[in-house]
Design a binder for this molecule. Structure first.
Ligand code: SAM
Length: 302
């Protein structure tokens, strides 16, 4: 009922709202993902709350979504603040240094507002929702056969270390790097009791802190899309660096390569980068998650 919805939402196109919500109604996306997308679209939690009862669809499911919004209202308001800050910098930087500096400022500011939201807006700021999504990532890494107590792992763009904490029980050693000192401070605090996990602040330019053939697993979750905003040369350099630090038979798992790029194009770019770095493609362009819309690749040094 577009007319009714337009009254509730003023200028926000009703069809857009309905099509986002349909993905929850059709079990294609989790409640948290759909709320995050609605917030990105409307920047107005109140408008979403008003619109939900007016939409077409199973009333029980629409009520569930409204309840999820009400339960996470404070986090949703913080998301809107953070989205507005992020909108300031969607352009590719003139050079890698400027891009990395912009990224550092963005994430220093984000983590100061909410540790959970700084790494995953779809957590809606809830430690429990973030923990469930994190467990799902670890279980996919397990399914993909890249974990093992004889393996050393490196996370590029580790944020607050939410993945390193559970991963530390599944590998011999895990080290995480990040360009944001706000992030590495939070990660260091969160991981302080874990003896086989270490965090370090990096320049973000390369992996020169790590020796050649020193890692069995390199993984990166939602960091490459930000790296890409610092220019393609930085992304290419990282693929070459990843090959260098991997041992023979070592794996590179990439979850999300770019935002806003058609999926086919993103896959084409990752395959070309893998080819350029002589990494074998084991899995490509997969969507293995229920709680998150991450797209994954598994590349191997053979
Ligand atoms: C959205 S957060 C994700 C954090 C973490 N991977 C997670 O999923 O919880 C992206 C992180 O990548 C970091 N980052 C961006 N560019 C980077 C680079 N060139 N080198 C290392 N970290 C980078 C940011 O500072 C930020 O902490």
């Amino acid at each position: 009922m577009p007319g009714k919805l337009n009254r509730a939402l003023m200028i926000i196109p009703a069809a857009d709202i309905q099509s986002i919500v349909n993905r929850y109604l059709q079990a294609e996306a989790s409640a948290s993902m759909v709320l995050m997308e609605l917030l990105q679209h409307t920047e107005d939690p109140l408008a979403i709350a008003r619109a939900l009862p007016t939409l077409d669809g199973e009333p029980t499911k629409l009520r569930e979504l409204a309840q999820h919004l009400a339960e996470n209202e404070a986090g949703c308001r913080t998301i809107v603040r953070m989205i507005r800050q992020r909108l300031d910098s969607p352009e590719i930087a003139g050079n890698a240094e400027d891009g990395i500096e912009r990224c550092r400022r963005l994430f220093d500011a984000s983590v100061a507002q909410s540790e959970e939201l700084s790494v995953a807006l779809y957590s809606l700021g809830s430690p429990e929702l973030l923990s469930a999504a994190t467990d799902e990532v670890i279980s996919v890494l397990d399914d993909w056969g890249v974990l093992g107590l004889h393996r050393d792992a490196l996370e590029i763009g580790c944020g607050i270390g939410r993945l390193m904490a559970p991963l530390s029980a599944r590998v011999r050693f895990v080290v995480g790097t990040d360009v944001s000192s706000g992030m590495t401070s939070a990660a260091t605090r969160r991981l302080k009791c874990i003896s086989n996990a270490r965090v370090q602040t990096t320049t973000g330019q390369d992996l020169s802190e790590f020796g050649s053939g020193s890692m069995d697993l390199v993984y990166s979750v939602d960091a490459f899309p930000y790296m890409a905003l610092s220019g393609q040369a930085l992304v290419e350099r990282h693929f070459l660096e990843i090959r260098r630090v991997l041992r023979l038979g070592g794996d590179f798992v990439l979850f999300n390569y770019a935002y806003g790029l058609p999926r086919k194009d993103a896959n084409g770019e990752v395959l070309a980068l893998a080819h350029g770095a002589e990494l074998e493609v084991i899995r490509a362009d997969e969507s293995p998650f229920r709680l998150w819309n991450g797209i994954g690749w598994l590349l191997r040094r053979t």
